[in-house]
Design a protein around this ligand. Structure first.
Ligand SMILES: Cc1cc2nc3c(=O)[nH]c(=O)nc-3n(C[C@H](O)[C@H](O)[C@H](O)COP(=O)(O)OP(=O)(O)OC[C@H]3O[C@@H](n4cnc5c(N)ncnc54)[C@H](O)[C@@H]3O)c2cc1C
Length: 320
């Protein structure tokens, strides 16, 4: 579409340097080439693929994170803008992080590695213990907290356990489940202590209160008396075969970015607005997302601010 409009597109063109003077964009470097322009829109993603930068915020556990998208979003342009005086917004450790299948590749596993049956079962850590309410709220409102929750567990690993009743009730992930006819056998297959997992499942089952299961509403079907209760969709895990999926934190995108005005114009640390630099998408996501997430906001930030930035940059270029 861009090409049809007469826009020149350069692929495999990594920006390696930028010239900004007093908040005004002059030119950028792509290897040997220098490109100057009247206005500039930064839309080069967050720094989620930059493990060293993630480690500054998370410590060494970031080595165990999987990156759900492109390996190229290393935050190089974001760093250049900040180094040239852009105002920073958002916390370095705030990000969209989903629990994804532990067998996913380090980068670019994509959406099919997501594991969406958490609210239909229980989640345990490497010690075979539950650690959070799996039924706190509807999955689209909660799926993006589970990456952080798993990141806080030993080894940054967890396992979701479901029984036959849950089958067919969620988007099937690309990797097959580990399946067994008893909880002990399942524990052995996934490397957990069989006695502890059996104890965790039986305590959970004994705590489930009666009621009608309905995954389309907050059905209030809860457990009672556990250290960590499940508040909705609690059903006994008692119908073999049992299935397990391993979970690891899958980072989708980071929130720290450059601060912008409502018109997507980049703000400088001294409080002034840049003359001709605009930003859209993950590189300015922190203006919208402080923490947490609601399904669809990632694309919305890119689309809404992309459109505003495009229109503002064109206005500037035509009317300056
Ligand atoms: C697996 C997955 C599932 C997702 N699911 C959803 C969803 O269901 N709903 C939703 O709303 N959002 C979702 N998102 C988030 C959403 O896709 C992103 O937030 C959005 O696409 C980001 O757009 P962007 O333009 O900011 O960055 P991107 O689309 O990531 O584009 C940034 C581009 O900049 C390039 N780049 C990086 N550094 C440089 C440099 N120095 N020089 C030149 N180019 C550079 C990169 O190569 C990349 O092409 C998902 C993301 C992933 C990874």
């Amino acid at each position: 579409h861009a090409e049809k409009l007469g826009i020149e597109v350069h692929y495999d063109a990594m920006v390696t340097g930028i010239d900004i003077q007093n908040g005004e964009f002059k030119s950028l470097r792509i290897g040997e080439h220098t490109v100057s322009a009247t206005a500039f829109i930064a839309a080069a993603g967050g720094f989620e693929a930059n493990i060293e930068w993630l480690k500054e915020a998370w410590g060494d556990i970031a080595e165990n994170f999987l990156i759900r998208g492109t390996p190229y979003n290393r935050g190089d342009l974001l760093r250049m803008l900040l180094d040239h005086g852009a105002s920073q917004i958002g916390e370095p450790n705030q990000c969209h992080a989903v629990a994804i299948d532990g067998r996913a590749p380090k980068f670019d596993g994509g959406i099919c590695t997501r594991v969406d049956c958490v609210s239909l079962g229980i989640v345990v850590n490497e010690n075979a213990k539950r650690f959070y309410d799996e039924g706190e709220d509807f999955w689209p409102k909660r799926y993006a907290i589970w990456g952080r929750l798993v990141a806080d567990q030993p080894g940054q690993v967890a396992h979701v356990i479901i029984d036959q009743k849950a089958k067919g009730g969620f988007m099937p992930p690309v990797f097959p489940a580990v399946v067994a006819n008893t909880i002990q056998e399942l524990a052995e297959k996934i490397g957990l202590d069989p006695n502890v997992l059996a104890q965790t499942v039986s305590s959970f089952n004994n705590a489930v209160q009666p009621g009608d299961f309905d995954h389309t509403t907050l059905d209030g079907l809860h457990t009672s008396g556990l250290t960590v209760n499940k508040t909705n969709w609690s059903r006994r895990i008692d119908q073999p075969p049992y299935s397990a999926y391993s979970l690891r934190p899958g980072i989708t995108f980071t929130y720290l970015g450059v601060e912008v005005s409502e018109k997507a114009c980049m703000k400088m640390a001294d409080g002034t607005l840049s003359r001709n630099i605009y930003a859209a998408g993950e590189i300015m996501a922190g203006n919208v997302l402080g923490q947490g997430y609601l399904a669809g906001i990632g694309m919305t930030i890119g689309n809404v601010f992309g459109r505003i930035a495009g229109s503002e940059a064109a206005d500037y270029a035509l009317n300056r």
